[in-house]
Ligand binder design. Structure first.
Ligand code: PRX
Length: 628
């Protein structure tokens, strides 16, 4: 057993003592009386009776020692701005925002929806919610009005905080009109909308509802808002994610367990210490942004860089220039970003002084071997692939150099992370599988501290979705295939469900299908994820039209494809737009009417579709092939 495996072993077999030790890196206003309440599995309560607060741990706690050091560094290559907030300035901003939210009636347990680009006000608002014990729900800026409306309805926020617009690759993307549209579609419109006006997009405030962030900020200058101490299991936030059904799931996170998990991960996985600088290129709308742009680094006493921009503007050296300028120790990115950089001048990797950088962490999608090799050689730094999910909140599998540096194998996110009793399970029998056997990656409950506590407002769906798919036992399914080899290195081998991963963005094909189906010309459709060199996967749609005659009219078909893409753009956002929509007269289905997605994917990727004994009409697959 190596040191990482030994640490893991202790976390499972000497659980209470192990987590008590980890919990010491968090400030508790009231100490917990019990490490774990597992009397109602799969629901788990960590650090029972303990009272703490994420904002206090991220901000106030460091004021004694690090008040004048940078805490939040905002760099925008989109609007050419940089702002540095020390921990004290961060404290001031967060208090002002907490006061303005409080003035709108926001308090403990209330929801605040955040629909914002990568601007500091978004981070202030998240932390302000945490300070008040309010539950934030950040919606990724790439999502459009229908997605947004669903989330508004599910979370029923008292207040929404948004911006006039974001910018990507130099192009302004308006947020405010999408929000207005979403609110008009929603059944639970919020009482108040606070708008950060960046001067990027002109809009008409809605009288009696919309408030200007800057004006409120002035009004509450110097305000101090006391921390609301929460019992460890009280929710900190809800973050929506896609699954097999069209309806997004609100992943609910606790407070104490999350604080402990993140604080300990900063040491053991990220090998960092207070005073370090952390650069994560994700977005606050995704779980990686929650855990490793906002809460993790700040709770760990580190400075975090909030970057608004792409990895290639003004050129492919921008990220490395940030590492040099801010002496970044830890960097976290996604394989897609690195694949994009691979197409740039390789000299850019050598142009900057990267001596501060200890390692590059990557997650969100499979890290292919050639990309890992390329970046590892180019940087001369360890590349640490880590595998996890919105649901788990922090890595399930990862190299853990803070415990011990163990050689990595490219293509593998290494070993199980402490706290995760992870297994490879046979989907037919529910039995554990041994080395080199492909099965479902599953976690034996309890899920560790920091993992989701339930689905917002829907305990039954939590059990039903995650703990009921494996026969004969109640374990958490990740819905990923995987295996581990003879050396106990793990490998992730794709999804078992209909979730696809486009450039590290997790999308449900059902949501895209529903959107395509809403076009009046479409009778039915199937959307699948097809391998793509750059983005990992892209969505490809196959639609059956009400008027089959259109298929033979190339011009009309092309126009329709454009129209359908526009519908998806408007409803779900550009992230969900399929790369192609093709038209067929029938979809390949089983005799019982189930669409044969895996066969469609195989055909699209030029592979053998495998066993087709259940197919109703073999010519349907031929049509798929021809339509490409
Ligand atoms: O399929 C796995 C893939 O992304 C899914 C989770 O996506 P999301 O909820 O957006 O959370 C991302 C948190 C990093 C997983 O079920 N995935 C994530 N990381 C990896 C990965 N697949 C392979 N290797 C990874 N390192």
């Amino acid at each position: 057993m190596n040191a990482v495996q030994d640490f893991h072993h202790r976390s499972i077999h000497d659980r209470d003592r192990f987590w008590k030790e980890q919990a010491a890196s968090v400030f508790w206003e009231t100490p917990f009386t019990k490490v774990l309440d597992d009397s109602r599995l799969p629901f788990a309560k960590w650090f029972v009776g303990g009272r703490t607060n994420l904002c206090y741990n991220a901000v106030d706690r460091w004021l004694d020692t690090r008040a004048d050091e940078p805490a939040l560094i905002w760099v925008s290559t989109e609007v050419d701005q940089e702002e540095i907030y020390t921990r004290r300035q961060l404290f001031d901003e967060v208090n002002a925002v907490a006061a303005m939210l409080q003035a709108q009636g926001v308090g403990r347990g209330d929801r605040v929806l955040i629909y914002m680009p990568m601007v500091p006000q978004a981070v202030f608002t998240m932390l302000a919610c945490a300070r008040l014990g309010a539950i934030h729900s950040v919606v990724f800026g790439g999502f459009a009005s229908v997605n947004l409306a669903q989330r508004i309805d599910d979370a029923s926020p008292k207040v929404i905080v948004c911006a006039d617009a974001g910018s990507r690759g130099g192009k302004v993307t308006p947020y405010k009109p999408l929000l207005d549209k979403a609110i008009s579609l929603s059944k639970h419109p919020p009482g108040r909308v606070i708008v950060v006006n960046r001067g990027l997009f002109e809009f008409e405030p809605v009288a009696g509802r919309d408030l200007d962030y800057a004006a409120l900020r002035k009004q509450f200058d110097g305000a101090k808002v006391p921390v609301t101490w929460l019992e460890s299991s009280e929710p900190s936030y809800v973050l929506y994610t896609s699954g097999t059904t069209g309806k997004p799931k609100g992943v609910q996170r606790d407070t104490g367990g999350y604080a402990v998990a993140l604080a300990s991960s900063m040491k053991h996985i990220f090998n960092g210490k207070p005073g370090d600088t952390y650069l994560c290129t994700s977005d606050i709308g995704w779980v990686v942004g929650h855990s490793y742009i906002v809460y993790g680094p700040l709770i760990g006493g580190q400075a975090t860089i909030l970057y608004e921009g792409t990895p290639i503007r003004p050129d492919g050296g921008i990220l490395w220039s940030l590492v040099e300028k801010y002496k970044v120790q830890t960097m976290f990115s996604a394989p897609t970003a690195i694949r994009v950089l691979k197409k740039q001048d390789p000299g850019l990797l050598k142009k900057y002084d990267l001596s501060s950088l200890r390692a590059l962490y990557m997650a969100g999608e499979p890290l292919d071997e050639p990309t890992a090799q390329w970046i590892s050689e180019g940087l001369g730094k360890p590349i640490i692939d880590n595998y996890w999910q919105t649901e788990t909140g922090w890595p399930i599998l990862a190299g853990q150099p803070g415990i011990a540096p163990i050689p990595t194998k490219f293509g593998s996110p290494s070993f199980p992370v402490y706290g995760f009793d992870v297994r490879v399970i046979d989907e037919q029998t529910g039995q554990d599988l041994g080395p080199n056997k492909k099965g479902v990656v599953a976690i034996v409950p309890p899920l560790p501290p920091g993992a989701m506590s339930t689905i917002w407002n829907d305990d039954a769906r939590f059990v039903e979705t995650y703990f009921s798919s494996i026969p004969n036992r109640q374990v958490y399914s990740t819905f990923d295939w995987g295996l581990y080899d003879d050396d106990q290195y793990w490998f992730i081998l794709g999804r078992t469900d209909d979730v696809i991963n486009v450039a590290g963005h997790r999308l449900g094909t059902r949501e895209i299908e529903e959107s395509i189906n809403s076009h009046p010309a479409v009778a039915e459709c199937a959307v699948v994820g097809v391998a793509d060199q750059l983005k990992g996967q892209v969505a490809v749609g196959f639609a059956v039209l009400k008027d089959a005659g259109l298929i033979d009219q190339p011009q009309a078909a092309m126009r329709l494809e454009g129209e359908i893409m526009k519908v998806v753009d408007e409803q779900l956002g550009a992230v969900a737009r399929p790369a192609r929509v093709r038209f067929v007269t029938t979809l390949p289905k089983t005799r019982s009417g189930k669409v044969l997605r895996r066969a469609i994917v195989a055909v699209c990727e030029g592979r053998d579709p495998g066993d087709l004994t259940t197919i109703e009409d073999p010519s349907a697959l031929e049509q798929i092939k021809d339509s490409l």
